[in-house]
Design a protein around this ligand. Structure first.
Ligand SMILES: [Cu+2]
Length: 218
């Protein structure tokens, strides 16, 4: 009987132990479920962001074409006031931007030595001017620049070629590409002193919509 009692006691004890372990396991199980819940919440979040990433990444790469024209003050009856038209651009984020600038200005605005760095193209690829591949324009031959400081983009522009035999003005055709990877609204500027005033930095150079404007990447 003692054995049975011990046995019973043992069984009871064992049962308690098992129960205790069971509770612990239950607690652990709840913890594991909670952890799994957290994990599944996390994986839910990450799968949601994955699907956003996928939907943003799955369309074919976008290439957009921008074109702008630089007109002289003589062409717009605003003497001494060259202008980019248009001056504001909007492109989708992630796009490859193929840009063409038609520069009708045959006058130079030589870069002073303090601005000599703007003679070199940066932040763009495949720059051509007048059909020639270009990486730098001599500082003394710069007519204007298209410079987006926040994006590290600088494109020096040479002068327009001589007018055609019939007197029609000819543009210097400038082409280049860049990738719009960063969203935001960025001010671009001309860095050549092509405006008015003793230093050429007034007038058009100090006016949004003339020698500066905005590039919006959205
Ligand atoms: Cu300019």
């Amino acid at each position: 009987m003692e054995t049975t009692t011990r046995g019973d006691a043992g069984t009871v004890q064992a049962g308690r132990r098992r129960h205790g372990r069971g509770r612990r396991w239950t607690v652990l199980g709840a913890g594991a479920l909670a952890a799994a819940g957290l994990l599944s919440a996390c994986s839910g979040t990450s799968s949601a962001s994955n699907s956003v990433t996928k939907s943003a990444a799955s369309p074919a790469p976008v290439t957009v074409h921008l074109a702008t024209v630089i007109l002289t003050g003589g062409m717009t009856s605003n003497s001494g006031w060259p202008i980019y038209q248009p001056a504001d651009f909007t492109v989708p984020k992630g796009a490859t931007v193929d840009m063409t600038i038609y520069n009708y200005d045959d006058g130079t605005a030589p870069l002073p030595s303090s601005m000599a760095m703007y003679a070199k193209a940066t932040g763009v690829s495949d720059l051509t001017e007048g059909g020639q591949t270009v990486t730098t324009v001599a500082a003394a031959q710069v007519s204007h620049t298209w410079t987006v400081p926040q994006l590290g983009i600088n494109v020096p522009l040479g002068v327009a070629p001589a007018a055609a035999a019939n007197g029609a003005k000819q543009p210097l055709v400038v082409t280049f590409s860049f990738k719009a990877t960063k969203s935001g609204t960025f001010t671009w500027k001309c860095m050549a002193p092509c405006g008015s005033g003793s230093d050429g930095m007034s007038g058009a150079m100090a006016t949004m919509g003339s020698m500066e404007g905005q590039l919006t990447v959205a």
